[in-house]
Design a protein around this ligand. Structure first.
Ligand SMILES: C[S@@+](CC[C@H](N)C(=O)[O-])C[C@H]1O[C@@H](n2cnc3c(N)ncnc32)[C@H](O)[C@@H]1O
Length: 276
């Protein structure tokens, strides 16, 4: 049921059961998710430097979306395979990189797809956080399988220790808004955090308006699992990795209590026994 308009004139969307569904929003994905170009440039430059230092030549992006990391990395000269569970997202990524020589996109599931052996595997924008803890472990075991000996895994996620200290906003917020060409868009979200499970549940709703036409409304849920540094170390132990470095997601020094999210660099140290 659609509720009465809230102050500010926006109608709350019907309750929806769509959880962590990026693919059915593929058409608007870049509009909403890939707007923070300075952060993306920072991350892609960090990856480039790290890869050059470690003599990385081949990179597998297991949650590539529309190619926000995969495409810039291929332009920097790395051989990149982008894989994602979302077929519509992959179509957009392929169209954006049509004439680039060093890149391919294939459909795959980070928890089970075997793509070969790569020098590095990446998963950026909290992507592995959308998996349950059990699936996260499956994904790490499978990533281990897709890595060459001593290969690197780089991913980011939300820091459970920071949330446990009470650093969490539960008000309804405007999490994204903007205007591009003839389109105006706004997304509201409201989140809950469970200290017991480390899960963030976010209900989001968007309005997208072309010119002065009636706005399109949409909504869904994100369910994200967060991990503390200690949780990560234990899971790495189980899945054949060793933590090499951890940064604040803005790539400044990591502060266990204050960094809201982190960027992790882990190294494959042994073959994971649980990887099928
Ligand atoms: C927040 S988006 C990030 C995408 C991209 N890295 C970026 O920065 O724009 C999360 C991505 O993870 C993908 N994803 C979720 N579960 C997956 C799975 N099991 N295997 C592969 N991709 C998955 C989604 O389809 C989505 O593209």
């Amino acid at each position: 049921m659609t509720k009465k308009p809230e102050p500010g004139g926006i109608q709350i969307m019907k309750k929806t059961t769509r959880i962590n569904d990026f693919d059915s929003e593929a058409e608007y994905y870049d509009l909403f998710e890939n707007k923070n170009q300075p952060l993306f440039d920072l991350i892609n430059n960090f990856l480039k430097k790290l890869f050059l230092k470690n003599k990385i030549k081949t990179v597998l992006d297991v949650t590539c979306g529309t190619g926000a990391q995969a495409i810039p990395l291929s332009k920097k000269g790395f051989h990149v395979l982008g894989s994602d569970i979302g077929k519509s997202l992959l179509k957009i990524a392929a169209a954006k990189s049509k004439n680039l020589p060093n890149i391919k996109f294939v459909h795959g599931d980070a928890r089970r797809s075997k793509h070969g052996k790569f020098d590095a595997v990446i998963s950026i924008l909290n992507s592995l956080g959308y998996l349950t803890k059990n699936d996260f472990k499956k994904a790490l075991a499978n990533i281990n399988h897709n890595l060459s000996d001593n290969g690197l895994l780089i991913f980011d996620n939300t820091n459970r220790s920071c949330l446990d200290c009470g650093n969490f906003i539960t008000d309804k917020i405007i999490d994204t808004a903007g205007e591009r060409a003839n389109i105006k868009f706004i997304r509201f979200s409201k989140s809950k955090y469970s200290k017991k499970t480390g899960i963030i549940l976010t209900r989001w709703e968007t309005l997208i308006q072309c010119g002065h036409r009636k706005p399109m409304k949409n909504g869904g849920l994100w369910k994200r699992q967060t991990y503390s540094l200690n949780d990560l170390k234990n899971i790495f132990n189980e899945t054949g990795f060793k933590l090499e470095n951890i940064y604040d997601r803005s790539l400044a020094d990591f502060d266990e209590k204050r960094s809201f999210s982190y960027m992790v660099v882990a190294r494959k140290t042994e073959h994971c026994k649980t990887s099928q």
